[in-house]
Design a protein around this ligand. Structure first.
Ligand code: SF4
Length: 299
C-alpha cells in the first residue's frame, strides 16, 4: 500500500508487499554503490514531519486494516533516534492493528545508533531491519564503493542481532566478479558466522542500465559469473556458513535475480540445500544460450 505524491521511485522488499510504505526519506543517504542506480535520479533528503504526516493522513481511510508499515526509502535509520521514535509513536496511535514496523538500514546508519537507541526503537515498534551487507570481503566492498569495510559491516550486523530487532541480511552472489569469487564467498560466510542473522537472502548480481558496474562490464573491466559459476559460489558460501545448532536462520535464494531457487532453515537444512545447489549447477552447466545481457535490467 502506498499513498503519496510521486517523487522519484519507491522500492521495498518483496515481503513488504502488503505493508503501508511510509517514505521518511527520499532516496538513499549513500547513493554511491556502483551496481545500484535505484535512487540516482533523486536528491537525498530527510522528509520534514509535515510531509510524513500528510502521507499518514492519506492512509487514514485504511487505518483499520494496516498491520505493517515499511519506512522507506534507502536508509530510514539515517533519521535521528528522536525523530524515528516520534514517527513510531504516531504510527502506534494511528493504526490500532499495527503489529510491525520495518525499514532498510545502511551499515553506517546502524553504527550511529547506540544499543540504547536500538532498544528504544524496538520498544516503540521497529521490529525488523533489512540490511544489504552484500559482501564480507574488503576488496569486493571497496570495488563496488559500498563505503564501509568488512569489519564495519560485521559490527553493524552484530549491533542489530544484539538488540531485539530482527535482522534480515542480504548478500549478492557474483558481486566480486570472477577473480574475487572465492574470496567474496569465503569472507561473506565468515561475516555471516559472526553476525548470525535471523534471515539471510542470497540474491544474484544484476546489472542495471546506467550503473557504473554495467559500464565497467562493457569496458571489459568486470567479469560476470556464469549461472554455473554463481552456483559454485553459492555452494562455497553455504558450505562455509557454520551456525550453532541452536540457530534458526531462514535462508532464501528465491529472488527474481536468482537462476534457481532454494529455501530452508540453517543450520538444519544445510546438507539438503547443498545437494540441491549441486543438482542445479549440473543443470545450469548444460545451458548453451546464456547471455550476460539477460542480467541487465532497468529500474
Ligand atoms: S545499494 Fe543500497 S546503499 Fe547502495 S546506493 Fe543502492 S540503496 Fe544506497
Amino acid at each position: 500500500m502506498y499513498f503519496d505524491d510521486a517523487e522519484g521511485p519507491v522500492f521495498r522488499p518483496p515481503s513488504e508487499a502488503h505493508s503501508f510504505i511510509l517514505r521518511v526519506t527520499i532516496g538513499c543517504s549513500h547513493n554511491q554503490c556502483t551496481y545500484c542506480n535505484m535512487y540516482r535520479t533523486v536528491q537525498f533528503r530527510i522528509r520534514p514531519m509535515e510531509e510524513i504526516m500528510r502521507q499518514i493522513e492519506g492512509a487514514m481511510p485504511y487505518r483499520g486494516n494496516i498491520r505493517r508499515v515499511f519506512l522507506a526509502d534507502g536508509n530510514a535509520l539515517t533519521l535521528s533516534t528522536d525523530k524515528l521514535l516520534n514517527i513510531l509513536h504516531i504510527l502506534k496511535q494511528t493504526f490500532p492493528k499495527l503489529q510491525r514496523v520495518s525499514s532498510y538500514a545502511g551499515p553506517l546508519d546502524i553504527l550511529r545508533k547506540t544499543p540504547a537507541d536500538l532498544e528504544a526503537l524496538y520498544d516503540a515498534g521497529l521490529k525488523l531491519v533489512y540490511y544489504g551487507m552484500e559482501s564480507g570481503d574488503d576488496a569486493t566492498l571497496a570495488r563496488v564503493n559500498k563505503g564501509v569495510t568488512a569489519a564495519q559491516s560485521i559490527e553493524a550486523g552484530q549491533r542489530i542481532t544484539a538488540s531485539k530487532i530482527k535482522l534480515s541480511l542480504m548478500v549478492i552472489l557474483g558481486l566480486g566478479g570472477k577473480p574475487a569469487s572465492e574470496a567474496h564467498a569465503a569472507n561473506t560466510a565468515k561475516a555471516i558466522n559472526a553476525i548470525r542473522p535471523n534471515m539471510l537472502s542470497a540474491l544474484t548480481l544484476m546489472m542495471y542500465r546506467g550503473s557504473e558496474l554495467l559500464a565497467e562490464f562493457e569496458r571489459g573491466e568486470f567479469e560476470l559469473l556464469s549461472p554455473a559459476e554463481i552456483m559454485a559460489e553459492l555452494q562455497q558460501l553455504l558450505n562455509d556458513i557454520e551456525l550453532s545448532s541452536q540457530s534458526h536462520c531462514l535462508f532464501r535464494s528465491n529472488h527474481i535475480s536468482n537462476y534457481a531457487t532454494f529455501a530452508g532453515t540453517l543450520p538444519r537444512d544445510k546438507n539438503r540445500l547443498l545437494d540441491e545447489i549441486k543438482e542445479a549447477q549440473l543443470e545450469l552447466r548444460k545451458m548453451t544460450n546464456w547471455d550476460p545481457y539477460n542480467n541487465v535490467e532497468s529500474f
